[in-house]
Design a protein around this ligand. Structure first.
Ligand code: ADP
Ligand code: MG
Length: 225
């Protein structure tokens, strides 16, 4: 479903030029759970942002379900971001001014989902993530674990094919981290493809495959059974 060919990303500022990605070739099949690991600064987040259509590569090709992303219109890309990809970040990235319910509802508002369907889907996602009892709270009134469960509810509410997670347990204690990993594992078992950046070998154990990056390149890949 996902394929990159010789993906490169250069960041140029006035003083320095950084090669964040230096020829990434990778393939992720439908239903896979892939962990991306590697030292700080090796290009993990840059890669995830490109895979999530939040950023464009400087060179190389990215195919999303057989279509080259560079050949899509911005409108088509935006539609994919909204409908087919869910994002989970280390720092949760919830909107402070919106309640838990409203944060989770947002993707469906963007997709213009009808009100009754919206309500059903939001409630389903909140139940699923065991955060229904906090539906009218604001993010600042929640624990880290509750915020991340809200963020996962927001990521899955539109039923995306692909979830991209950038160090999803990075700001959580081990108990809440474990809970988040179990939820991601369940979503994967139900068929959602997951690509997750992590520093934690324990979290990477939930994945089928580990892709190790170093200096913007894939250095090794390990498969679990
Ligand atoms: N927007 C940006 N502008 C300039 N340099 C950047 C930008 N984003 C990332 N970089 C640089 O690209 C490299 C890879 O960064 P990143 O993908 O965030 O690494 P990781 O997530 O593996 O820690 C780093 O050297 C970083 O400083
Ligand atoms: Mg990063």
């Amino acid at each position: 479903m996902i394929q990159t060919i010789n993906l490169q990303k250069l960041f140029a500022t006035e003083e320095v030029e950084t090669t964040a990605l230096n020829g990434i070739n990778m393939e992720v099949k439908d239903g896979e759970f892939v962990a991306i690991m590697g030292p700080s600064g090796c290009g993990k987040s840059t890669l995830l942002n490109i895979l999530g259509l939040l950023d464009n590569p400087s060179e190389g090709e990215y195919n999303f379900y057989g279509t080259e992303v560079a050949k899509m219109t911005e409108r088509q890309r935006a539609q994919l971001r909204k409908g087919s990809i869910g994002f989970v970040f280390q720092s949760f990235n919830l909107i402070d001014e919106l309640t838990v319910y409203e944060n989770v509802e947002l993707p469906l508002l963007y997709l213009k989902t009808p009100a009754d369907e919206r309500k059903k889907r939001v409630e389903e996602a909140l139940e699923r993530m065991s955060i229904m009892h906090r539906r009218n709270h604001f993010p600042q009134q929640l624990s880290g674990g509750q915020q991340q469960r809200t963020a996962i509810a927001r990521a899955v509410v539109a039923k995306p094919k692909l979830i991209l997670a950038d160090e999803p347990t990075g700001n959580l204690d081990s108990k809440n981290g474990e809970e988040v990993m179990k939820l991601l594992g369940e979503l994967n078992e139900e068929g959602t493809t997951i690509i997750m950046v992590t520093h934690s070998p324990y979290d990477a154990g939930f994945a089928h495959r580990i892709v190790n990056l170093f200096d913007g390149k894939v250095v090794t890949e390990n498969f679990h059974v």
